[in-house]
Design a protein around this ligand. Structure first.
Ligand SMILES: [Fe+2]
Length: 202
């Protein structure tokens, strides 16, 4: 069964001024679509056609580089759109807030770690908040379209928040200033969505 691009769960200009409409349109309609098209091409006629995206990623070392890059690209962007929103920002509450305090000391410390992980990722990649194999929250980063679900990841776990640090995510508005993008994006993180991901991952 072929993978398909879902519509954004909000308007393309809903995250302005932090993420501009043009970036969102190009990012979702062209980049994410291309990952899906290339993933479908890469799995056509193989066993992976009948596997879930999660199962493909967990065993990604058995597949071609095209499946790794585009399967990761599809999963990562699907998560990314879902953890952003026009009513985002602020700080997490409830069980997630407690788990963040336990793991990092404070929400500010978590934010700093996510920003550092994104800013120091050379080239393209992602900064992640994950539930690790020990059940605890951790921050990690991966290159390209890898993610912590993959058997090839250095630090494995279930991603509950991903921040895209590819230039295509910020270049039109922020040019080379990745740290400025990594500051602005916290105004549109949907912590309720992250909390739901946490509840299902732990
Ligand atoms: Fe992206």
């Amino acid at each position: 069964m072929a993978f398909e691009l879902e519509a954004l769960p909000y308007a393309a200009d809903a995250l302005e001024p932090h993420i501009d409409r043009e970036t969102m349109e190009i990012h979702h309609d062209r980049h994410h679509q291309a990952y899906i098209d290339n993933l479908n091409k890469a799995i056509a006629g193989t066993d992976a056609e009948n596997a879930s995206l999660e199962d493909i990623l967990k065993n990604v070392s058995n597949y071609s580089p095209a499946v790794r890059n585009n399967g990761g690209g599809h999963f990562n962007h699907r998560l990314f759109w879902s953890v952003l929103g026009p009513n985002g920002g602020g700080a997490p509450t409830g069980e997630l807030a407690q788990a963040i305090d336990d793991a990092f000391g404070s929400f500010d410390e978590l934010k700093k770690k996510l920003q550092e992980a994104g800013a120091t990722r050379f080239g393209s990649g992602w900064s992640w908040l994950i539930v690790g194999e020990d059940g605890k929250l951790a921050v990690t980063s991966t290159p390209n379209q890898d993610n912590p679900l993959m058997d090839v990841a250095d630090v494995k776990g279930t991603p509950i928040l991903g921040i895209d640090v590819w230039e295509h995510a910020y270049y039109l508005k922020y040019q080379n200033k990745r740290p400025a993008y990594l500051e602005a994006i916290f105004n549109v993180v949907n912590w309720d969505a992250v909390a739901q991901n946490y509840a299902s991952a732990k």
